[in-house]
Design a protein around this ligand. Structure first.
Ligand SMILES: Cc1cc2nc3c(=O)[nH]c(=O)nc-3n(C[C@H](O)[C@H](O)[C@H](O)COP(=O)(O)O)c2cc1C
Length: 124
């Protein structure tokens, strides 16, 4: 775990508010694997673009075709303008546990407090 997904839904993350809200709404079932056909499997948020990519792969699409969907400039449109179906974004299944958009300080304070509780519980 590298908590990439959790950090997307923080005040400081440089992505559009629409996208942060969409990740808060997403459940653990709202991710999917794409780009396996080109040997670059990624788990992503299952939006329209991800599903389109999977459809293309099922029809033996080649890399240039897939890049029209998964290319970085499309992701930029999603990140900067909040167009939620413009591109794909990496996303772990842990997105289902993301329920709010704290600051990084709030998030890490919370993680530390939860860890202390767990350690305390183990010791008891
Ligand atoms: C915005 C974002 C970008 C990522 N970029 C990469 C990457 O460049 N290379 C990589 O191997 N994994 C990348 N990952 C995937 C993470 O390594 C990790 O496997 C994934 O997010 C699941 O873990 P998590 O639930 O802790 O986020 C990225 C994840 C996110 C959320």
């Amino acid at each position: 775990m590298i908590i990439g997904t959790r950090l997307l839904a923080t005040k400081e993350a440089p992505i559009h508010e629409n996208l942060k809200q969409a990740l808060v709404q997403a459940s653990e079932l709202d991710t999917m694997l794409i780009m396996r056909s080109i040997g670059a499997t990624h788990r992503v948020w299952a939006n329209t673009a991800a599903k389109k990519c999977a459809d293309l792969e099922a029809n033996q699409a080649d890399l240039p075709e897939l890049l029209k969907i998964v290319g970085g400039e499309k992701a930029r449109m999603m990140f900067d303008q909040g167009d939620l179906d413009a591109g794909v974004i990496s996303c772990g299944e842990g997105v289902g546990m993301v329920k709010d958009i704290p600051t990084l300080k709030e998030l890490f304070d919370r993680i530390m407090a939860e860890a202390k509780d767990i350690i305390g519980g183990l010791a008891a």
